[in-house]
Design a protein. Structure first.
Lengths: 193, 594
């Protein structure tokens, strides 16, 4: 097995990226790994692009993933999934939430939202699209979109299911725990393979 | 409920650099801490307030006051910590440079959180140069564990060598998380205040002795630095030696674990003996450091060696593993399997419901613009508002407006106003306003009072009625302060009342005397709305005129013919789009409560 696993979680401000990366770190830690993660706060919130790098394994030095080395990129927004393409390893996976959020540059007519599906095809990106918003709607709670996605990527990472569940229990308020565990299970079952 | 961290005395936890500094302050007996919020340093004081009741912690109106209060507490024999972003140290530079002469009674650790890459800052200054100029000790951690440990080392050095200690962090240290071993708090008694005029009053006759002592202190510390564990040689392949510090050390270990490394943890004064030993040990040297060639210039000029550094590593921006790999091990770059894709930028925007939007919308509509300041409202420069055109530093909007009038007169100033948030006004805008009154300026200053220090994530300040711990505090009355400065024309406007806001701009811009408009409406982070209603577009009524798009609201997007309003992003207490729609196609019941 590889000694270090590299993950990037990306999307836009307010999508729960930091919670998702906290859950991943906690699960990786429970599985006995050294863990580092890195993200940037401040101006990048307010709806801007947000990303979190998570690395785990025996010993971790850099908190940043190197280009060409990400085993997995989890994108919570379609266009943002393309922003980190150079970081993806040749064997890497790109798991993408089927959700488009138009940036202000598009709203003000300074840019056009790209045809993401066409780019994915042209660049042969190894993408799995997840209708996480629909699943969260079915579960009656739009705030669990990020946990559906965590469920979907969980089988692709060397962390046992029990550690994921413990991590979710640790990070989610008790009254929202049940729906979050259900969201994780749905994501894992439906898109785990 | 989660246990507070001050109940946990052992074990390993994943902490950010900022959380680790707060932990270090607790474990090593800090009694008092003060700061002004500034990315990436803000969470240090927030964490202290949330987790560590044993430390008396407070927000200061600005970094200078924060450091002065901390200095006084040190004179009283308390262990102290002050935190600020890199440019905050400019504000605090006046006390810093003389505090260096005075020294420390209780240990003083000053955190400077630098921002290589300018993720959230207006410049990329390297405060190792400030620390050296101030002749204080500089410590540079490379991960969270070291950030915690160096608070303890810093307090010890501060008391043993009678010096303030600058703990220099960078964004990548502050905001990355790594494992930290926790320990119990070590209680240290407050020594008490003892009068010592020769030590604390730097009149020239005292200050000359003080300066001699500082120079001797630097010599002693350099010798000590060669023996202590803060600086270390990690001997590997001696054909290449890397001299590095801070986060750059981690990138070096990541890409080339086999080379010899001199890791500098104390970067002022430099440990000359240890550096000489390293130079003699390796065949070739590369300096790997972010931003300025601090280690490179100092070490090269002392030992007159040939070495690589800024000739192969950029001076601008953050380093990362790719850059370090390219410099240290050229020809070993990782295979990049997928090409870079050109995408529209996704810059930050004023939140849906932001009070500033009403003010910038009206200013822009009237063809006006502003000299700007540091805060969320700096985003007024973005389209569609395009209503902000200068920013220098905290408080400068007012002085800059005054200076433009001095250069080109009232006519030449046109429809420019100064735009400054209430927290920034308290920080260092008040003196600018006094200058305008005193020196006979006209013009309009807009104080954008959203009752929160918002851009740094939402902190209390002297105008909000709460302190750092969320306890009730006296409210600074902005209207009275402005009046006391001598401003005759003051008006308070709700920036979401667009007709009133527009009227205020029109009347004040046409006045031949100085005026202040206070736009008063709380930040959406400052309260929970009681309403739940969201704006809706009636597609039958909408004529596609796009006036609502001029609001630059992130909740409103354009589907090609008509606007769409996101129910997830729309803010219940805002009806700006309803107000601007000329055909009443957007509706929202602002009276409806849930």
């Amino acid at each position: 097995m590889k000694s270090v696993t590299n993950v990037i979680i990306c999307g836009t401000g307010g999508q729960g990226i930091l919670l998702a990366s906290e859950v991943l770190c906690s699960a990786a830690r429970r599985a006995g790994n050294d863990v580092k993660k890195s993200e940037v706060h401040g101006m990048s919130q307010r709806g801007g692009s947000v990303s979190s790098h998570v690395r785990f394994g025996k010993t971790i030095h850099s908190p940043l993933v190197e280009k060409g080395c990400a085993d997995l990129i989890l994108a919570m927004e379609k266009m943002e999934s393309l922003r980190w393409s150079q970081y993806l390893a040749p064997h890497g996976k790109l798991v993408v939430c089927d959700l488009e959020i138009t940036p202000m540059t598009v709203n003000t007519g300074h840019a056009e939202y790209p045809d993401v599906n066409a780019i994915i095809e042209k660049e042969s990106l190894p993408v799995t699209l997840i209708p996480a918003v629909e699943i969260a709607e079915e579960l009656g709670n739009l705030r669990v979109v990020n946990v559906v996605l965590i469920g979907a990527v969980s089988p692709h990472l060397p962390i046992d299911e029990v550690h994921w569940k413990q991590a979710i229990e640790e990070r989610v308020p008790p009254k929202a725990l049940e729906v979050n565990l259900e969201a994780f299970r749905k994501g894992r079952e439906l898109f785990g393979n | 409920m989660r246990k507070k961290l001050n109940t946990i005395e052992e074990g390993k936890f994943l902490l950010s650099g900022n959380e680790a500094v707060a932990r270090g302050a607790w474990e090593y007996g800090v009694h008092f801490a003060a700061a002004y919020p500034g990315t990436p340093s803000t969470e240090i004081l927030e964490t202290i307030a949330e987790e560590y009741d044993e430390i008396d912690a407070q927000w200061a109106p600005n970094e200078k006051v924060g450091l002065e209060v901390v200095a006084g507490a040190s004179f009283g024999g308390a262990r102290v910590l002050s935190a600020m972003k890199h440019v905050g140290l400019n504000v605090a530079a006046d006390p810093l440079f003389t505090l260096s002469y005075i020294g420390a009674t209780g240990g003083i650790v000053i955190v400077s959180a630098d921002d290589p890459g300018m993720h959230s800052s207006q410049n990329e200054q390297d405060n190792r140069l400030m620390g050296k100029a101030a002749k204080v000790v500089i410590l540079e951690p490379s991960d969270s564990q070291e950030a915690k440990d160096m608070v303890g080392e810093g307090l010890m050095i501060s008391e043993d060598f009678d010096t303030p200690v600058l703990l220099r962090l960078t964004t990548r240290i502050c905001h990355s998380k790594s494992m930290v071993s926790l320990g119990p708090r070590k209680e240290v008694p407050v020594k008490g205040y003892v009068t010592d005029i020769k030590k604390r009053v730097p009149i020239p006759s005292h200050a000359r002795d003080m300066h001699s002592r500082v120079e001797k202190r630097l010599e002693d510390l350099s010798a000590w630095g060669s023996e202590c564990s803060l600086n270390r040689i990690e001997e590997g392949d001696t054909s290449l030696g890397i001299i590095t510090s801070g986060i750059s050390y981690q990138y070096v270990k990541e890409v080339s674990p086999e080379v010899s490394v001199l890791k500098i943890g104390m970067s002022n004064p430099l440990p000359w003996n240890l550096i000489e030993k390293f130079i003699n040990m390796v065949d070739r040297i590369i300096f790997v450091e972010e931003n300025d060639p601090y280690l490179e210039e100092n070490i090269k000029s002392r030992f007159l060696i040939q070495a690589d550094g800024k000739n192969i590593i950029p001076i601008e921006g953050e380093l990362n593993p790719e850059i370090v790999r390219k410099a240290v091990l050229p020809g070993t770059t990782k295979e990049i399997a997928f090409s870079e894709i050109q995408l529209p930028a996704r810059p930050p925007a004023l939140c849906a419901g932001c009070p500033h939007r009403g003010a910038f919308y009206c200013l822009s509509k009237l063809g006006g613009s502003s000299t700007g300041d540091i805060g969320c409202y700096t985003l007024g420069l973005m389209p569609p508002h395009n209503a902000l055109e200068t920013t220098v530093c905290m408080g400068a909007s007012i002085g800059v407006l005054a200076g433009i009038e001095k250069a080109v007169g009232r006519e030449g100033m046109g429809k420019l106003v100064a735009a400054i948030g209430e927290s920034t006004f308290v920080h260092s805008g008040i003196t600018g306003l006094i200058d305008m009154v005193y020196n006979g300026n006209t013009g309009t200053v807009m104080i954008m009072d959203n009752s929160l220090t918002a851009m740094t994530g939402g902190q209390e300040n002297p105008t909000t009625g709460k302190n750092l711990r969320g306890e009730p505090a006296p409210v600074l009355d902005l209207e009275k302060i402005v009046a006391a400065c001598g401003v005759k024309h003051i008006r308070v406007v709700d920036p979401h009342d667009l007709p009133e806001m527009e009227k205020a701009f029109k009347e004040e811009m046409n006045r031949d005397e100085l005026s202040v408009i206070i736009t008063k409406r709380p930040c959406i982070m400052a309260y929970r709305p009681v309403r739940r209603n969201m704006a809706e577009v009636d597609p039958e009524k909408c004529i596609g005129c796009k006036l609502c798009m001029n609001l630059g609201c992130p909740a409103i997007s354009w589907d090609g013919e008509k606007p769409e309003i996101s129910r997830h992003l729309c803010w219940p207490d805002c009806d700006l789009c309803v107000q601007v729609c000329p055909v009443d196609a957007i509706s929202k019941d602002m009276g409806g409560l849930t």
